[in-house]
Ligand binder design. Sequence first.
Ligand SMILES: [Cu+2]
Length: 118
Amino acid sequence: MNKLTAFAILALVVLVAGVGALLYRASTGSANIQVSISSYSFSPSNLTVKAGTTVRWVNFDTVGHTVTFGAHDDMGSGMDSGLMGHMGTFSAAFTEPGAYAYHCDPHPYMTGTVVVTG
Ligand SMILES: [Cu+2]
């Protein structure tokens, strides 16, 4: 095989890999955004994402936390992660534009907002 053929094959492999990666991304939706929970706070606590984005929370604390949407005194009004232990995760897809406030149920002073833009 001459050098030109080898280069053509290499270029084709790179192209196929690139297209494959794009298709994979398209099939799994928009980019995922991560919110860290550590030292009793959400980081970033205020997040703006485009509609269709999946946000993933990861609890780096050894203490259990929740990601609970809606008011603290109005349980059941929205999504709730349930208690997440160390390295526990919770993912939520945001499809409708709006501002979504959440807090940690055991520690209501832990608050955050996800703003979804169209
Ligand atoms: Cu908490």
